[in-house]
Design a protein around this ligand. Structure first.
Ligand code: SF4
Length: 351
């Protein structure tokens, strides 16, 4: 890296003409004209974008902001409705944290988000990345915003060859040296956009890069090799079973999953304990094999056997409750359970 000020200027000039248009973003022209980002929309988008692509988030963001235009509206949302709207986005702890945070902003801060990184960090469920991103983007605080995209850009600009995760503290420090006091919010978004569109993981397009003249990895012919990563341990595999029981009125037997843990707080079919919670079959029924769902969680691969049965209206389950379609729609189920639902329905419809 030659001159941090010159690099910052090149990044911002590039952002001024190439910023991605996103429904939660105040673009550089509007920002220059004095339009302020809405901290609620910035926060909501940052929570949704964790572990999730921009393309997947767009529709959810629009729907959430239509249903709940302000943080006070979101804070007043019934838990079950919010969890149902979140279904399909994954990492369900985020949805529970979203509600807890919105309620804390209303109860403890009069409905206004704290304006500093430290104040945001004190909110429930707000981690260091989200606090820094909201502080920078919504309040133009020169917070150091570091996610996977930023780590990659820093590893390349500064040719850091230490593998991740050991390099993490160094990459954060380097990101700090590049964070300007002028327009820090646009700077953070410029680095995010660079990482997402040009300095991409496998094939960085250095020929189009606004900071290629400053990039040590490019000079050394290492761009596509960085950041290096320590080999990951292979994910173990778990196997399990769920029982999908359907009544003639279209009600499925569902349980609300424990608030903490995998798919916490979401509805799901009773299982045999693959997730640390569960037990024997929930009721006697003519169970038939509906197939197997494969799903990847952060720490393991899951092979989930799905058993399906039609049951009598008088059936009395030992666990869970029959939920009619106007109470829980298939789309309200988390992705894993929706896949199980589709298999079970296919099996039961083919008879
Ligand atoms: Fe990334 Fe290439 Fe730009 Fe360096 S020159 S920051 S490797 S896109």
């Amino acid at each position: 890296m030659r001159d941090a000020t010159a690099t910052q200027a090149r990044l911002l000039a590039w952002y001024d003409t190439h910023a991605r248009v996103m429904p939660w973003r105040v673009g550089p022209a509007d920002r220059a004209a004095g339009v302020r980002p809405d901290p609620y929309r910035v926060w909501l988008s940052e929570v949704m974008l964790q572990q999730t692509t921009v393309a997947a988030v767009r529709g959810y963001f629009r729907r959430f902001t239509d249903l709940w235009p302000t943080v006070a509206d979101l804070a007043a949302a019934p838990d079950a409705q919010l969890m149902a709207e979140w279904a399909g986005l994954g990492y369900y702890a985020r949805a529970r944290n979203l509600l807890a945070c919105a309620r804390a902003v209303v109860a403890d801060h009069g409905g206004r988000f704290p304006q500093t990184e430290a104040g945001l960090r004190a909110l429930p469920g707000v981690g260091p990345y989200t606090a820094a991103a909201v502080a920078a983007i919504a309040f133009d605080e020169p917070a150091v915003v570091v996610d996977g995209n930023v780590e990659r850009v820093m590893a390349r600009l500064f040719a850091v060859e230490t593998p991740l995760p050991a390099a993490r503290a160094d990459l954060r420090r380097l990101a700090g040296t590049l964070t300007p006091r002028h327009r820090p919010g646009d700077h953070a978004q410029a680095v995010m956009d660079l990482g997402a569109t040009i300095c991409t993981p496998r094939k960085p397009v250095c020929a189009l890069c606004p900071v290629s003249a400053d990039c040590a990895a490019r000079d050394m012919g290492l761009a596509a090799d960085l950041p290096r990563k320590a080999p990951r341990a292979a994910r173990p595999e778990r196997q399990g079973t769920v029982w999908a029981a359907l009544r003639a009125d279209g009600a499925w037997l569902l349980e609300t999953r424990p608030a903490r843990g995998l798919l916490g707080g979401m509805p799901g079919f009773p299982g045999d304990g693959w997730d640390g919670a569960g037990g024997p079959e929930p009721l006697p029924a003519p169970w038939a094999e509906a197939g197997e769902v494969r799903h990847i969680f952060t720490h393991f691969h899951l092979r989930l056997r799905v058993l399906a049965a039609r049951v009598e209206p008088t059936a009395e389950p030992r666990r869970g409750r029959f939920r009619p379609p106007d109470e829980v729609r298939p789309d309200d189920l988390p992705t894993l359970m929706r896949k199980a639902h589709d298999l079970a329905l296919g099996e039961l419809s083919s008879r």
